[in-house]
Write a protein that binds this ligand. Structure first.
Ligand code: TLP
Length: 345
C-alpha cells in the first residue's frame, strides 16, 4: 500500500534498492569511446533477449525510435504506421523534422496494421510518389489500451513488407508486457522485425533509458545517429546498471501489473457513466471513456483529492497504468475513490 496511488504512467516507477545498489557499484568508462563495460553488458543482454546481433543504449523510447527511423530511411521516404502510433502522435514529429521523412498513418482496429493494409500502403515506383522506407509497429499498443498482437500477426505483416524490400521497426516500449501477457519469448516477436526499441524505464522500473537492437550494421548506423542527436552519454554505466537489474529481475513480475489492471478495469466497468472495453485490457493499461461533459476533469481532480492520480488523455478518455509501485490494495482504493466520485454525479 502506498500513500499516493499514482496511475498516470508506468514511467513513474522508482528504481528498486537493488538498482540503486548496482548503480552505486557500476564499473564505468567513456561510452562514446565504447569503453563503458556496464553499458556494453546491458547492450549485449538486450541483444540476447531480443535475438539480435547488437544493441544500443539510448536516453529514451523517443530517442530509440528516432534513431531507428533515421538509421533505416532517407529524406523523402514514407513511413507507414498506425494512426494512433506513439511515433506519429507523441514524438514531436522528430522523424519529419530531422529525418525529412513523411508519416503515412493508417487507421486500424486494435492498433495493428494488417498484412492487407501494409500491402495497400506500399508505394509503387513512380516519379511523383514518395517511396515507402519503413513500416513501424507498436506492441503493446499504448493508445489502444495496452493491446497486444501475436508474433504470428507481426510475422504476416513483416512478410509483406520484406517481400517489397521494406524494413520493419517495432516500437516495443512495452515489448516485455506483450511477451508476459501472451506467454511468449520476446524473441518470438522480434525475429520478424529489423529493429526494435524497448524501454527499461517503464514497467521494468529503471530510472532512465531504452535499448535499440538489430543487426550489427544497423547498430553502427544507429550509434552514429545517436551521437548526432546528442545522445552520446559518456559514463552511462551508472544508469545502464539499473537497466541490467530491470532485464534480469523485473520482467516476470509484469504479470502482477496485468492482474492489477484487470481488477481495476473490472471495478471501473461497474461505475455509472463510464465505459471500458474489457477486451482491450490485456496488459497494464486501462483506458476508459467518460460520457458526461466535464467528467474527465471531475474524475481527475476528484481522484487527486483522494490521493489517486489518473490521467486524462482527451476530452472523454482517461488512462490508468499499473506498475510495480501500485499494489492490489492500491487498486481497491483507486476503485473506491472513483466509485465515490461517480456516486455523487
Ligand atoms: N509513453 C509515455 C508518454 O509519452 C505517453 C507514457 O506515459 O505512456 N513508445 C511508446 C509506445 C510509449 O508509450 C512511449 C512513452 C514511448 C515510445 C516513448 O518513450 P519515452 O517516454 O522514454 O521517450
Amino acid at each position: 500500500m502506498h500513500d499516493i496511488v499514482d496511475l498516470r504512467s508506468d514511467t513513474l516507477t522508482l528504481p528498486t534498492p537493488e538498482m540503486r545498489e548496482a548503480m552505486a557499484r557500476a564499473e564505468v568508462g567513456d561510452d562514446v569511446w565504447e569503453e563503458d563495460p556496464t553499458v556494453k553488458r546491458l547492450e549485449a543482454l538486450a541483444a540476447a533477449r531480443t535475438g539480435k546481433a547488437a544493441g544500443l543504449f539510448v536516453t529514451s523510447g523517443t530517442q530509440g525510435n528516432l534513431v531507428s527511423v533515421l538509421a533505416q530511411t532517407r529524406a523523402g521516404q514514407e513511413v507507414v504506421l498506425d494512426l494512433h502510433a506513439h511515433i506519429f502522435n507523441s514524438e514531436v514529429a522528430g522523424a519529419a523534422v530531422i529525418g525529412g521523412v513523411q508519416m503515412r498513418p493508417v487507421a486500424t482496429a486494435r492498433g495493428f496494421l494488417s498484412p492487407g493494409q501494409v500491402q495497400e500502403a506500399l508505394r509503387p515506383a513512380n516519379i511523383h510518389i514518395p517511396p515507402t522506407g519503413l513500416i513501424c509497429l507498436e506492441n503493446t499498443h499504448n493508445r489502444h489500451g495496452g493491446t497486444c498482437c501475436t508474433p504470428e500477426e507481426m510475422g504476416a505483416v513483416a512478410e509483406v513488407a520484406h517481400a517489397a524490400g521494406v524494413p520493419v521497426h517495432l516500437d516495443g516500449a512495452r515489448l516485455f508486457n506483450a511477451a508476459v501477457a501472451l506467454r511468449r519469448d520476446a524473441r518470438d516477436f522480434t525475429r520478424h522485425v529489423d529493429s526494435v526499441t524497448f524501454c527499461v524505464s517503464k514497467g521494468l522500473g529503471a530510472p532512465v533509458g531504452s535499448l535499440v537492437c538489430g543487426s550489427a550494421g544497423f547498430i553502427d548506423r544507429a550509434r552514429r545517429v545517436r551521437k548526432m542527436l546528442g545522445g552520446g552519454m559518456r559514463q552511462a554505466g551508472i544508469i545502464a546498471a539499473a537497466g541490467i537489474v530491470a532485464l534480469e529481475r523485473m520482467v516476470d513480475r509484469l504479470a502482477e501489473d496485468h492482474a492489477n489492471a484487470r481488477a481495476l478495469a473490472e471495478g471501473i466497468a461497474k461505475l455509472p457513466g463510464v465505459e471500458v472495453d474489457l477486451a482491450t485490457v490485456q496488459t497494464n493499461i486501462v483506458i476508459f471513456r467518460v460520457g458526461r461533459p466535464g467528467g474527465v476533469e471531475h474524475l481527475v481532480s476528484g481522484g487527486a483529492a483522494r490521493k489517486v492520480k489518473i490521467h486524462g488523455i482527451g476530452p472523454t478518455s482517461i488512462r490508468c497504468v499499473t506498475h510495480k509501485d501500485v499494489d492490489a490494495e492500491d487498486i481497491r482504493r483507486a476503485v473506491e475513490a472513483l466509485a465515490e466520485i461517480t456516486r455523487s454525479w
